[in-house]
Design a protein around this ligand. Structure first.
Ligand code: THU
Length: 133
C-alpha cells in the first residue's frame, strides 16, 4: 500500500475512534488528501434530532475547506463493518463539488481492505449550479 494511502487509512481510523454515533452505533471515519498534500479527517457526528447528523466524509471535507484547501485528490472512508463502506448520496454530491471526476474514493472495510472507484464512477451526471464548477 502506498505511503499516502497508509496515512489516509490511519487518519480515518483515528477519526472513527472519535465518532459520536450513540443513535446508530455505526461509527465512521474519513480522511481526505488535498491537492496540497495535506490530510484532513472527520467522523460522523449524530444528533438526537436525527436529521441533523453529519457524515464523516462531509466533516472531513469541511475541515479541508476551512483550512483553505478546495481540491480533493483522494478520499478514504471506513466503518466498523465487514463490508466496504461507500459514501452516501449526500456525501457523493459534496465530494463532487470539490473533487475532479478522476479523483479516487477508497471504500474500506474494518480490516483496512479497500475497493476503489473514481468520482465519475460513483457520481455520474453530477448536478453543478454553475458550468465548470
Ligand atoms: N454515515 C457516514 O458517516 N458516512 C456514510 O457515508 C454513511 C453513513 C453515518 C451517518 C450516521 O451517523 C451513521 O453512519 C448511520 O447511518
Amino acid at each position: 500500500m502506498a505511503d499516502k494511502k497508509k496515512e489516509l487509512l490511519a487518519a480515518a481510523r483515528r477519526a472513527r475512534d472519535k465518532a459520536y454515533a450513540p443513535h446508530s452505533n455505526f461509527p465512521v471515519g474519513a480522511a481526505v488528501l488535498g491537492s496540497n498534500g495535506r490530510i484532513y479527517s472527520g467522523c460522523n457526528v449524530e444528533n438526537s434530532s436525527l436529521g441533523l447528523t453529519c457524515c464523516a466524509e462531509r466533516n472531513a471535507i469541511f475541515a479541508m475547506v476551512a483550512a483553505g484547501e478546495r481540491e480533493i485528490r483522494e478520499i478514504l472512508v471506513i466503518g466498523d463493518i465487514e463490508d466496504f463502506l461507500p459514501p452516501c448520496g449526500a456525501c457523493r454530491q459534496v465530494i463532487a463539488e470539490f473533487a475532479p471526476p478522476s479523483a479516487v474514493i477508497h471504500m474500506c472495510n474494518k480490516a483496512g481492505a479497500c475497493r476503489d472507484a473514481t468520482v465519475a464512477e460513483l457520481m455520474p451526471f453530477t448536478f453543478h449550479l454553475k458550468k465548470g464548477s
